[in-house]
Design a protein around this ligand. Structure first.
Ligand code: NAP
Length: 244
């Protein structure tokens, strides 16, 4: 059944930042398709979204799965008019010890997936003469963090990709922006030792970790009509850790 509401696709919506973004976009009136990597994760999303959206299984490393999912969404609900590329992991290591697999995995999950998903939804957005592509980057694209050469290269790539695409698609009223979170309290940062967490917090002007909702608020703004003249930019949400 085609939706009256605009359809938003949020990758990695099963937990952390993606879960907060999906819930916020539902509150904003979108029909949300949220992805998880497992059947059980997708099922939980379907249950929690109720009539406001649905869960779907997606591993963003799989090009054919991206095509199939977007085709399914288009047939069932309508074109994806808001795409939030959020799914991500870290595989940190000093470069001297970083395997090629860990390099490739991070570049594939972050940068290549953003290329594939963005390209796949552009046709529908072009037809609608409306689109919002919002890519979740990171402060480490700007602020050096040892052990994250793969991750920071991928995130910097996402921001440069977004600027280029913003120029290409602007005449169709499709905006492409990045949100660069600082240190946000999720399972990704839970993995860090107390000592590392304390050192991180000491560098933040607001002296605390951010919450997933802080990032969801930025995404909500960029997806809204209030942000219709903003494209190709990076919205930093980092509590004053890094000031652009
Ligand atoms: P998180 O709590 O670890 O959640 C990661 C999400 O990504 C999960 O929903 C997971 O799905 C999904 N995911 C992982 N691998 C995937 C794959 N191959 N295909 C599709 N989905 C996959 O992470 P988070 O902290 O919320 O991070 C979300 C985004 O914010 C990431 O892009 C991250 O780089 C960025 N970020 C986070 C921070 C931070 O401090 N937390 C800072 C800057 C940027 P399953 O649960 O189903 O596996």
């Amino acid at each position: 059944m085609t939706q009256q509401r605009k359809v938003a696709l949020v990758t990695g919506a099963s937990r952390g930042i993606g879960a907060a973004i999906a819930q916020q976009l539902i509150q904003d009136g979108f029909f949300v398709v949220g992805t998880a990597t497992s059947e059980s994760g997708a099922q939980k999303l379907t249950e929690s979204f109720a009539e406001h959206g649905t869960g779907a299984v997606l591993d963003v490393r799989e090009g054919e799965a991206i095509d199939a999912l977007v085709s399914h969404i288009e047939q069932q609900y309508g074109s994806v008019l808001v795409l939030v590329n959020n799914a991500g992991i870290t595989k940190d290591n000093l470069l001297l010890r970083m395997s090629e697999d860990d390099w490739d995995d991070i570049l594939n999950i972050h940068l290549k997936a953003v290329y594939r998903l963005s390209k796949r939804v552009l046709k529908g957005m072009t037809k609608a003469r409306f689109g919002r592509i919002i890519n979740i980057s990171s402060v480490v694209a700007h602020f050096a963090n040892p052990g994250q050469a793969n991750y920071s290269a991928a995130k910097a790539g996402i921001e440069a990709f977004s600027r280029s695409l913003a120029k290409e698609m602007g005449s169709r009223q499709i905006t492409v922006n990045s949100v660069a979170p600082g240190f946000i309290a999720t399972e990704m940062t839970d993995q860090l030792s107390e000592d590392v967490r304390k050192k991180m917090i000491d560098q933040v002007a607001l002296n605390r970790l951010g919450e997933p909702q802080d990032i969801a608020n930025a995404v909500s703004f960029l997806a809204s009509d209030n942000a219709s003249y903003i494209t190709g930019t990076v919205l930093h949400v980092n509590g004053g850790l890094y000031m652009a």
